[in-house]
Structure formats: C-alpha cells, structure tokens
Design a protein around this ligand. Structure first.
Ligand code: A3P
Length: 321
C-alpha cells in the first residue's frame, strides 16, 4: 500500500471531493465514529447552550451584560484580537476549527447546570450561520433581539459614522436609505448593510430551517431598554434558569445599568446609548414604508410561532395602516 505525504494527499482528496473543501463542523461526540478518534484529553462540553445572534444595534451588549449577571450563565471569553465578539460561525474564523472555538469557553464546573453562551451580533443575518450553528450545536437555544428596524437602521448608521466609515461620513442618512440603483457603489453597499438586517422575518425563517421553533426566542429590544427586569424574566423562563436581575435606572446615562455593591451604577460605555439628532420625519416615513411588508411578515411569523408581539411592531403596523 502506497500513500502520498499528508499535504499532497489532502490536495488529491479535495480534487476528487471539491464540495468538501468548505467544512461543516459537527459535534464530535454526536457520532460514535468521530468520538472514537477524538482525543481523550478533549471534551465536547466546551460549547454554548445558547446563542445571542443579534442583529447589530438592537441592545445585544446590554443583554449580554444582563445575562452575565446571572450566577448560572457563563459567557464566552472575549476575543483576544478584538476584545469583543467571537464571530465564529459567520466569517473566516470558522476555518480555524472547533478547537479554536472551544477555547473561548471554560470547562464547565457542572455540565447540566452551567449555561454557557456566546453573543455575536452578525450571526442573525449572515446566510451561512444557521446551518453551521445547527451542525455544531443542534440543541442550542437561539435568542434574537428586535427593535423597530427604522431605529435600528439609524443607530447602525450613527455607529458607522462614529467608526469613521467614509461612506457614512460622505452621505446623510436620508441619502443612504433613499439612494436609487444609479447611486455610487459605496452608497449602495452601505445602504444594503444598513437596511437588510432589519428585514427580520426573512432572516428568522432561515434560522427556522435549521432549528425548531421552540428553540427560538425573540426579545423585544425596546422593552429590554425600558424594562430589562421584565425581559430578563421571559428569557430566564425560556432558558430554564432561576430569575435573577440586578439593575437600576441611571438618570444621567438615561439607561438601565448594573447595580454594583454599595449601590453604585456601572453603565455600558459611550458607544452604547449614543446621543444623536432625531431622525428627520420624511426619512422615518420613507423607512416605515420600506419595512411595512417585512414587518407584516414578522407579524405573521410571530403569530405562527405563538410568540408575544413586540410593542413596537404593533405600534408600527397600526401607524402605517
Ligand atoms: P444607540 O447607541 O444607537 O442608542 P448593540 O449593543 O446591539 O450594539 O446595541 C446598542 C444599542 O443598545 C444602543 O443604541 C442603545 O439604544 C441600546 N441599549 C439598550 N439598553 C441599553 C443600556 N442599558 N445601556 C446602553 N444602551 C442600551
């Protein structure tokens, strides 16, 4: 029997099976053949029980913080590169493999009672993510935070400006959202990134192809902002953990903050809860129309799933009908 050196062997293999070049990582412990060749030093327990998937600018950082205040809930470690989200399922990090991903999680002290999770806000609307997540953590629960997509788009635009995105600096919000097909490429790219994540129903449907409806929970992000304790109750019920919330409203921040020992508040940083001018009424009207059909789809979807309708969705549909 003759064999090629590993690299050439791999090249040969992928010439024969090109469709396998893009990996789809599965939990090694879910298949006996994989488990048998999985190192004895390793465990399959360093994986999340739930994912907070976004989308961006809906209050995902606040939710992340509130979750970590619960004694049974353990977050992934921050990325040593960005000090922020792991961003595994959605981009080049996926090719680093599952050992790389598992290194973001501690060894749980009690597998049945510890709830490890990860929050990456770009997961929600990235095409490949639900399929990849379902392959690795098929039993995970999925939490999406939704606010009025009109406000989400505006917040996202302000975020891009704060990060000196040249297109967001060059164009007003109104230009970004109303730009027609003959607009510059940079404007159209920004427009798509600004508006598409807010087409909530289409993204949720993709998650539902790979996860059962009882695994999915939609959080009203506006309520999370105004009454986090109430929202946390619902999330804790969904996860099956005891109720726990230590937060209080901070007048100067204008948001709910963590209540520290001694009563001092610890709020999120300056980049969360930014101060910016109100959206121009004509831009809001344009976006309300843009999102009308998508919001109706969301209404039908949430009714089908038997989930509570966010207040903002009721209000938005009432005012645009
Ligand atoms: P703005 O800065 O536009 O007001 P994300 O964490 O997903 O990026 O979302 C950021 C948004 O979370 C903020 O957008 C803010 O409105 C909202 N938010 C909700 N609860 C908050 C809190 N307790 N502190 C700060 N921001 C909060």
């Amino acid at each position: 029997l003759q064999t090629l050196p590993p690299l050439q062997l791999a090249e040969k293999y992928f010439q024969i099976f090109p469709e396998e070049m893009d990996p789809l990582w599965q939990n090694p412990c879910h298949d006996k053949r994989h488990k048998d060749i999985w190192s004895k030093e390793k465990t399959c327990d360093r994986l999340p029980k739930f994912l907070v998937v976004g989308p961006q600018k809906t209050g995902t950082t606040a939710l992340h913080l509130l979750l970590t205040l619960h004694p049974a809930i353990i977050s992934s470690f921050p990325s040593p590169v960005t000090f922020e989200e792991v961003q595994f399922f959605n981009g080049p990090n996926y090719h680093n493999g599952i050992d790389w991903y598992m290194d973001f999680f501690p060894f749980p002290s009690n597998v049945s009672t510890d709830f490890m999770f990860e929050k990456s806000a770009n997961y929600f609307d990235t095409e490949l993510v639900p399929k990849r997540a379902a392959a690795l953590v098929p039993r995970a629960k999925i939490i999406a935070v939704l606010i009025n997509p009109v406000d989400r788009a505006y917040s996202w635009y302000q975020h891009q400006r704060a990060h000196q995105d040249p297109a967001a600096i060059n164009y007003t919000f109104h230009q970004v959202v109303t730009g027609g097909p003959s607009s510059s490429k940079e404007l159209l790219v920004l427009q798509s990134r600004c508006l598409k994540p807010g087409e909530y129903a289409a993204h949720l449907e993709r998650w539902l192809v790979h996860f059962q409806s009882r695994q999915l929970y939609v959080v009203d992000g506006s309520l999370l902002r105004s009454n986090p304790a109430l929202v946390m109750e619902g999330i804790q019920r969904f996860l099956g953990v005891t109720a726990h919330c230590t937060c209080r409203f901070d007048e100067s921040k204008g948001f709910w903050c963590q209540r520290m020992e001694g009563g001092r508040p610890k709020c999120l940083g300056k980049s969360k809860g930014r101060k910016y001018l109100e959206m121009a009424p004509e831009t809001r009207a344009f976006l309300m129309e843009y999102y009308r059909e998508h919001n109706l789809e969301l209404l039908r979807l949430l009714n089908r799933l038997g989930q509570t309708l966010p207040l903002w969705l009721r209000e938005e549909l009432q005012s645009s009908s």
